[in-house]
Design a protein around this ligand. Sequence first.
Ligand code: IPM
Ligand code: MN
Length: 356
Amino acid sequence: MSRSALIAILPGDGIGPEVTQQAVRVLREVAAQGGHQLAFEQGLIGGAAIDAEGSSMPQQTVSLCSRADAILLGAVGGPKWSDPEALVRPEQGLLALRKKFGLFANLRPVCPNPRLNDASPIKPEYLDGVDLLVVRELTGGIYFGDKERGEAHASDTCRYGIHEIERVVRLACALAQRRRGKLTSVDKANVLETSRLWRATVDRICGKEFPELEVEHLLVDAATMHLLTRPRDFDVIVTENMFGDILTDEASVLAGSLGLLPSASLAQSDGDHAFGLFEPIHGSAPDIAGLGVANPYGAILSAAMLLRHSLGLDAEALRVEAAVDAAIAAGALTRDLAGPGGVTTVAVGDAVIAAL
Ligand code: IPM
Ligand code: MN
């Protein structure tokens, strides 16, 4: 990274602002230590943007993101904007952003920290050695197909073009190659046409371009079970948009808290760095918003992914990840992990920065 990089900060709703603030502190510290120039500019998205501008993704936010090298986002949504009949919804802003910037590949790593085994309801012997990466297709499928709503009927169309499947499968294969060489593709090919196209495409691409990978197909219903009964067996899981949404919330149970998990949503790239949006996988948690107790590790680890995938600063990403491990080892745990004795969001940021 030679010139100054611009990071768009979109805090969003609920606990979004609290957790992104800690992630930005960590990014500033890493940049200062490594002599990197990072600039931050804040934009509105979600409910906060609806309140201020009447739109969940104002034009100003779009142009900020267009100028930026990467986006760091908190969370969107909340009861204030969740009337089922509402015309504008916070989530639309996030979906529009994903679509607008072609962020088709959503990477969600799950690597439980053994120190947090007690926070997971899963027996420790199942968690030992779990290290998996879900690659969720993010700009196609039922999220983006035609929608209809009549008086007495409603429909959401699930559509996939072959190119949309190919590019995400290729990326997942390339990632599997650099890991343990195993790819699990999850679909519902016994029922859905889109899944049959998905499965045929996985077989063709893996057979021709990645013959060294071990490839497994799982139906999504079975996958939900296998994810908890044999989580260690998974390396890279690739799946379509909605299955990936559901499976990654489930996978967070392995890590002990939804608050721990980061994600990267990447656009197509020609070289090593891809434009991306980085966000914790948790939601806006309105029940604890403003209390200063939200877990910022997911946001901080998303910032690490931003350093790695969009800025090409892998060493810095590893330093942030090591600092998170050290902070966890030092007992900097919010209440989702430690119960009522948990520390504050800011205290976790302090601990990570101290470890850096
Ligand atoms: C996620 C979220 C979003 C999704 C919502 C907020 C639209 O649940 O990133 O997993 O369903 O993709
Ligand atoms: Mn989700």
